[in-house]
Design a protein around this ligand. Sequence first.
Ligand SMILES: [Zn+2]
Length: 134
Amino acid sequence: MILRLTKGVSARISQHFRSTEFDCRCKRPECKLTLVSSVLLLGLEQLRGRAGALSVDSGFRCEAHNKEVGGVADSYHCRGLAADIRAGKLLPFSIASVAESILCFEKGGIGIYRAFVHLDVRGYKARWGSQTAC
Ligand SMILES: [Zn+2]
């Protein structure tokens, strides 16, 4: 299920997350909707249980904002299926390895970046970025 939420209106959408954390970060007046997958939320709650508090760098993105930040065309962010996250002092590859133990991410996308991890629930396995410590 994809939750359809009003951007800027903070609603609790799971035990530890509020809708505004997933709002598109652009300032366009026409950008009024936030989409968040309930499966993504479930996965993030499970991850939180194992990795501690999470912060969302980027959740939903409107098409214009996705282009602006250099997101790939048809990004899962534009469908509410993806989030770029950080977890306290854990390094991105550590967060990614915890995410591997959570079913919807194991069968989804995990991308490791310098400062955050991209997670999505696309329904099939995809991996990119550095998978090991260096
Ligand atoms: Zn936007």
